[in-house]
Ligand binder design. Structure first.
Ligand code: FES
Length: 197
């Protein structure tokens, strides 16, 4: 019988990464290239830009890109002006065109340059654009088609959540009234409907 109290008698586990893996810059770069850039990258929800002309900058990217709704749907555009690289929009709001605050270069809601004051010929410089996939309102970028993988992924997530909720409900039965429990259950169910709608 193994004496668990004696650490030296336990065989080293092969399942754990060596500590150096967590500080390996090359490994980190490979993870970025092979995992994160190839997988579906969640950008936001289309309700973040509810009307034509609505925009919202991506705070996680220091506002380098913006979600914009135009006639065709939601676009993910660069928020960096093609003239001298100024950031153009902040936060969220509504606009007819995207106008750079520095020298007033003006882009339409597709990111196409409409006008460049003081330039005789309009430069052919439109805003960079990243293709988006819309799945049930959730917006993703990246090379991978999200539609075949997301439904099973969401179902897995829901079953995990259900397991957690069931444990939580059981744990709270002793201390929570039935009224609180039913409110918790209906809220959870509503959230699931929202995800699947
Ligand atoms: S930097 Fe935007 S117009 Fe000059």
């Amino acid at each position: 019988m193994t004496n668990l109290a004696t650490a030296q008698k336990l065989a080293p586990s092969n399942l754990q990464l060596p500590v150096s893996a967590y500080f390996d810059v090359d490994l980190y770069q490979r993870e970025i290239e092979l995992l994160f850039k190839q997988g579906p990258g969640y950008v936001g929800h289309d309700l973040m830009v509810p009307e034509i002309g609505s925009y919202r900058t991506l705070a996680a990217e220091n506002e380098g890109r913006i979600l914009v709704r135009n006639e065709a749907g939601v676009e993910l555009l660069s928020n960096v002006c093609r003239h001298r690289q100024a950031l153009m929009l902040n936060g969220s709001g509504k606009t007819e065109n995207i106008v750079c605050p520095l020298h007033r270069w003006t882009y339409d809601l597709n990111g196409d340059l409409l006008g460049a004051p003081h330039f005789e010929d309009k430069p052919c410089l439109n805003l960079g654009k990243s293709p988006l996939q819309n799945w049930q309102g959730l917006l993703f970028e990246g090379p991978r088609d999200v539609r075949p993988i997301l439904p099973s992924w969401v179902l897995q997530m829901i079953s995990s959540l259900m397991a957690i909720c069931s444990i939580t409900l059981r744990c709270t039965t002793a201390t929570t009234t039935g009224k609180h429990l039913s409110r918790f259950t209906s809220r959870t169910t509503m959230s699931f409907h929202f995800i699947l709608a």
